[in-house]
Design a protein around this ligand. Structure first.
Ligand code: SAM
Length: 279
């Protein structure tokens, strides 16, 4: 099966996240946690913080929305919550282990479509299209215009994701479309922004969690592996390090520079919940 390279490499990261979350935390949530003041930023508290994120997200589903298209549904945890609330749900995401997990979880209760959203042809309308931490994975110029094809006038688009802020140069943390471009695009496409809530402060601690893990587990583990490789296969290790030096430097800098913290996240990104209505 041919799988698009950009989707595949990102999904490997997400699938690894799913395996770790399942094994260590007994959860299949793949989004950030929503951290309340005073809660210790520790992995043991992540599942509860993720539950809080989902509650926050679902509390902004408008009463009039009875049918939802969940774009980038992960393992289907949020979709299941929507079903439990009596909503009709369909999901769409590229084929992957995540989608397999969603199919297993949702069974006959929801249709799960295997496709990149931008390639998914609208055959019916929904009351709302939802992107929970998936908006950033879809090319900006396609995401909202395509979402509008699935709703009628008066329909909703709910986006909860992080974005790049204006006036900042290259961030050590990747991802996110430009928030000011989305605001402009929404107006051009005739969408009214009904709700706009900034949850950067509540989501930034997730970066501290990962940074702490990288400092205490990732880096020492990596260094041990490298030491072992150098001791056992010195010539091959040196050769590979030299041959792939650019990629290795990039990965080492990305994960071990200590720059991917909550503070940096809050400086370069803005995590927003946006509820749009098509006029
Ligand atoms: C960070 S996960 C979020 C999962 C879930 N919505 C949640 O809140 O837990 C991102 C999701 O976006 C999906 N995704 C990535 N590229 C996509 C695309 N082009 N179209 C639709 N979904 C995509 C991934 O497969 C994954 O399910």
């Amino acid at each position: 099966m041919y799988i698009q390279k950009d989707v595949r490499s990102r999904d490997i990261g997400l699938e690894t996240g799913l395996l770790l979350a399942r094994y260590l935390l007994d959860t299949e949530n793949l989004h950030y946690g929503y951290w309340m003041p005073g809660v210790e930023v520790h992995f043991r508290n992540l599942p509860a913080a993720q539950e809080r994120y989902t509650e926050f997200l679902l509390s902004h589903v408008p009463a009039g929305a009875k049918s939802v298209l969940d774009v980038g549904c992960g393992a289907g945890v949020t979709a299941e919550k929507l079903l439990e609330r009596g909503l009709e749900v369909e999901c769409v995401a590229p084929e992957s282990g995540l989608l397999e997990a969603a199919r297993k979880r949702l069974g006959e209760r929801a249709r799960v479509h295997a496709a990149r959203f931008q390639d998914f042809a609208p055959t019916r309308k929904f009351d709302m299209v939802m992107f929970s931490e998936s908006f950033q994975y879809i090319p900006f110029e396609l995401a909202l215009p395509h979402a509008l094809k699935f709703i009628d006038s008066g329909g909703y688009v709910l986006i909860c994701d992080f974005f790049k802020v204006k006036g900042k140069k290259k961030s050590p943390i990747g991802g996110g479309h430009k928030i000011y471009e989305l605001e402009k695009q929404a107006a051009q496409l005739g969408c009214e922004i009904l709700t706009d809530i900034d949850i950067t402060e509540q989501t930034a601690p997730n970066l501290d969690l990962v940074d702490d893990f990288m400092r205490r587990v990732g880096k020492p583990g990596y260094e041990m592996l490298m030491e072992h490789a150098m001791a056992s296969y010195p010539r091959t290790t040196k050769l590979v390090r030299w041959w792939k030096r650019e990629q290795i430097d990039k990965v080492e800098h990305k994960y071990f520079s200590g720059l991917r913290t909550g503070k940096t996240f809050a400086e370069y990104k803005t995590y927003r919940l946006l509820l749009l209505r098509r006029k």
